[in-house]
Design a protein around this ligand. Structure first.
Ligand SMILES: CC(C)(COP(=O)(O)OP(=O)(O)OC[C@H]1O[C@@H](n2cnc3c(N)ncnc32)[C@H](O)[C@@H]1OP(=O)(O)O)[C@@H](O)C(=O)NCCC(=O)NCCS
Length: 234
């Protein structure tokens, strides 16, 4: 998460209207059904809605900005991630930016919407680190009222299915500051493999932190998910 493109200078960027093409669209075929499938490029013109019992993941919308601002700017959430926007307007610009980046094909951002709510309380991001999205880095942040509720694990499962089946990602990396107990615990419990420590690789508030490098391979995820509930795609 720490190196994800989640930068305060976004607040100074000109606000752009959300492209009409960002309306969530269904993915074709058996994508996200739990089967290994061919890659589809549909997500570049609009993300599908991914659903499970307690959660749905969808494209961010402008109206998510106040909720994301309230949830993601607290010290406990933000202390180990790149500085989030500091205003609601900054989040609106960030949301418009996520749509432009998704259209470019290098970046995907899902909003986390708990069952019974209409706005996002967190995000999952995927960023291509190799042409064609063969390898990607992912990051996530969730409002602290929802920590320990199971939302993270359920959302991570949906994102991993999407990453493997739809985006065609073969290797997914994550970096978590060594001192980020929850972040590392969350990655460990969904089956990520610790590969090493990146020394002094993350600068936050003028201080360098070591980060743990985690990975999940598509082939490992396909084996791990057998027996899990199929993903619902709307
Ligand atoms: C990362 C995040 C999305 C995880 O969501 P969450 O709801 O807190 O995660 P969960 O509770 O499902 O899992 C965290 C696990 O870490 C464990 N944990 C908590 N503190 C820990 C610590 N100090 N050391 C080790 N493990 C710890 C928890 O017990 C839990 O495991 P369990 O379910 O087996 O008990 C959320 O904590 C968050 O948004 N954090 C701030 C943003 C952030 O740091 N993101 C970057 C992560 S790389």
């Amino acid at each position: 998460m720490e190196k994800m493109p989640y930068q305060p200078e976004l607040e100074r960027a000109a606000t752009m209207a959300v492209p009409a093409s960002t309306t969530p669209r269904p993915v074709s075929g058996d994508a996200c059904s739990g089967q290994a499938t061919a890659t589809t490029t549909d997500w570049r013109s609009g993300l599908p809605v991914l659903g499970a019992a307690a959660i749905s993941l969808r494209e961010l919308r402008r109206e998510d900005a106040p909720s994301l601002h309230a949830m993601l700017t607290t010290e406990e959430v933000a202390r180990f991630i790149s500085p989030p926007p500091t205003t609601v307007a900054g989040f609106e610009q960030f949301i418009a930016w996520t749509h432009r980046e998704r259209l470019s094909g290098n970046y995907i951002c899902f909003g986390i919407v708990p069952a019974g709510m209409t706005v996002a309380v967190g995000i999952f991001q995927l960023r291509s680190i190799e042409p064609g999205f063969g390898s990607a880095e992912w990051g996530f942040a969730l409002g602290s009222p929802f920590w320990g509720t199971g939302l993270f694990a359920e959302g991570a499962r949906l994102v991993l299915n999407f990453a493997v089946d739809v985006a065609g990602i073969a290797r997914l990396e994550a970096r978590a500051a060594v001192a980020n107990g929850r972040g590392n615990g969350a990655l460990r419990k969904i089956g990520a493999v610790q590969e090493g420590v990146l020394r002094r690789s993350f600068l936050r508030n003028g201080q360098y932190h070591d980060q743990v490098l985690w990975s999940i391979l598509a082939e490992d995820w396909r084996l791990q998910r057998i027996g899990q509930e199929p993903t619902v795609v709307h």
